[in-house]
Design a protein around this ligand. Structure first.
Ligand SMILES: [Zn+2]
Length: 69
């Protein structure tokens, strides 16, 4: 019973257990393999693309918070 075994997918919000759901960590954020696959196969003009891109921005934005004037 380790709470660290659980993570929330930053894209779909699914709470995933590492033993049940596979996924990847990107800069400390978790993304389930389902979303990873969706993104991998997604076309640039996919209707979900802007939405998922917006979510992924959270990963990159974290590193840019020095410039908050
Ligand atoms: Zn997901």
């Amino acid at each position: 019973m380790n709470s660290k075994s659980w993570a929330t997918c930053l894209v779909c919000g699914t709470v995933a257990h590492f033993r049940l759901v596979q996924g990847v960590f990107i800069k400390g954020k978790f993304m389930c393999s389902q979303c990873e696959q969706i993104i991998t196969e997604m076309e640039m003009d996919d209707i979900c693309y802007p939405l998922i891109k917006e979510r992924l921005k959270e990963i990159w934005v974290d590193n840019k918070q020095q410039n908050s004037s």
